[in-house]
Design a protein around this ligand. Structure first.
Ligand code: NAP
Length: 476
């Protein structure tokens, strides 16, 4: 393992406290390596480095920034397989998911290399005074980026690329379970032409202390977080002291509605994608599957067959489609959801049993008739469990789908587009997949409403999260 130290100011450092923590392979529970753990002093050093890099980078032309980002895309595409293997090693996901993530991660460099040169402003006449109203977007300043373990590459590049496109330096705090992929990205960024100090990476076993230190420094202007709603709430409190610009991609509890006229095969394939991509460890994972009573038996039968056919095992095996969950806690939580739902009356069609042996494996599981008071209806499952409920009345199911504090993504399957669009519009979610089980796209604004977050990543909106709008009232 080549890159296991802190990356500050373009230099690999063991950290002022010289402490390290282990990274575990979830497929066999062995220690992959140990990684340097950043201290509060290291966080301060990273802020100094970022501040020193800021003026030069912000002063470069949009085209110069764009060229660096494009080069990062090209280099990452050449090395997709290396990144996929590192993702499998520390996160456990199967090769198709890992290569999918590496490609998705690289795409953010391409997309934002194209957006970097499209920082549109506006000029108009003030209606009353006739003065010119000039509006432009300026780099906001140092951005602290905090990422989760479920997409070790993509959740980082989805923030780094727009920040750099906007002209901002960044400090990344990757998840402790999966710091290696982000560290491995740094030599690639150097090769692409990212100057020293512009991107810094601080793995740490004391995330709260180092993040609080950074958020209380007045030179930091943006905090962009992807992770649980619980931690997001805490960071919003911390961000309040310096009135930081927050971008929050938080938890979800996605409903998936299969209406009576849906094409059942399309709906089953869409559900497989929405539920099983990344083995269910995704904020976009279909958490509550509502199927009309006239088609629920056929849907459940077909979905169960698909789930049974998935091969579970070590992600490095090319035939494997489902790897292990990230850790013991996550597996216990997933297994607990299944036990709870069955105890309340749900019917188990496949899976549901923790296998013997090493690795945090859990089998693809299908439950039907899941009672509304089951824990998995209210909490994020974050694992390979499809929890089906039956509905009869469209109004009631829309109400149920909206009955959550989350609002990230929903899915609707129907052959009637007029009905489908009207149902989509009534769902209180930042994103909706209509006859599709996948909404993530670097070119689209990803994000949620309610307690699923604030702000958007990707699309045209993604770069605006790292800018301040300045208005000049001009007379000439
Ligand atoms: P998490 O526990 O919230 O951790 C996310 C990140 O925050 C990690 O880097 C973690 O560091 C750090 N962190 C934890 N406590 C902190 C604190 N007190 N102060 C500062 N930083 C802190 O989430 P997770 O378990 O990694 O990820 C799963 C969650 O992420 C799910 O809820 C999922 O829905 C959500 N998610 C959302 C999106 C989206 O786009 N909306 C995408 C992916 C995941 P350590 O690892 O060192 O604890």
């Amino acid at each position: 393992m080549n890159y296991t130290d802190l990356y500050i100011d373009g230099v690999w450092k063991s950290g002022t406290e010289n402490k390290r923590f282990d990274v575990i392979n979830p497929a066999d529970e062995t220690v992959i390596t140990s990684v340097a753990s950043a201290s509060v002093d290291d966080a301060k050093a990273a802020i100094n480095a970022a501040q020193n890099a800021f003026a030069d980078w912000a002063g470069r032309t949009p085209r110069e920034r764009s060229i660096v980002l494009r080069k990062a895309f090209d280099l990452m595409m050449e090395r997709l397989d290396d990144f996929a293997k590192l993702i499998i090693l520390e996160n456990g996901k199967a090769y198709p998911d890992a290569i999918g993530e590496a490609t998705y991660a690289a795409e953010f460099f391409r997309w934002f290399s194209e957006e970097a040169v499209r920082s549109d402003g506006m000029i108009t006449h003030a209606p009353a005074s006739g003065a010119r109203i000039v509006v432009q977007h300026k780099p906001a300043g140092i951005a602290v980026l905090i990422t989760p373990w479920n997409y070790p590459a993509a959740m980082g590049t989805r923030k780094i690329a727009p920040a750099l496109a906007a002209g901002c330096p960044v400090i990344i705090k990757p998840a402790s379970e999966t710091p290696l992929t982000m560290l491995a990205l740094m030599p690639l960024l150097e090769e692409a032409g990212v100057p020293k100090g512009l991107v810094n990476v601080l793995p740490s076993s004391q995330s709260s202390a180092i993040v609080d230190t950074m958020l209380s420094d007045s030179r930091v202007r943006v905090v962009s977080f992807t992770g649980s709603t619980e931690v997001g709430r805490k960071l919003l409190h911390s961000a309040a002291d310096q009135v930081l610009k927050p971008a929050m991609e938080l938890g979800g509890n996605a409903p998936l509605l299969v209406l009576e006229d849906a094409n059942i095969d399309t709906a089953v394939q869409g559900t497989m994608l929405a539920k099983m991509r990344n083995l269910g460890e995704a904020c976009t994972a279909a958490n509550r599957i509502y199927v009309h009573k006239n088609i629920v038996d056929e849907f459940t039968k077909k979905l169960t067959l698909e789930m049974k056919n998935l091969k579970v095992g070590n992600g490095f095996d090319p035939d494997v489609q489902i790897g292990p969950l990230i850790n013991e806690n996550t597996r216990n939580k997933v297994a607990g959801f299944v036990v709870d739902a069955i105890s309340k009356g749900a019917i188990l069609h496949t899976g549901g049993k923790v296998p013997e042996g090493k690795g945090y494996y859990y089998p693809p599981t299908v439950l039907s008739d899941v009672p509304k008071n089951s824990n998995c209806v209210h909490d994020e499952i974050f694992g390979p469990v499809a929890a089906i409920q039956t509905f009869e009345n469209l109004e009631a199911v829309i109400k149920d789908a909206n009955d959550t504090e989350y609002g990230l993504v929903a899915y609707v399957f129907t052959e009637n587009m007029k009905l489908g669009m009207s149902v989509c519009e009534r769902l209180e979610y930042g994103m909706v997949g209509l006859n599709r089980g996948l909404v993530s796209d670097p070119a689209a604004p990803f994000g949620g409403c309610k307690q699923s977050g604030l702000g958007r990543e990707g699309g045209h909106e993604g770069m605006l999260e790292f800018t301040e709008t300045q208005y000049i009232s001009a007379e000439w």
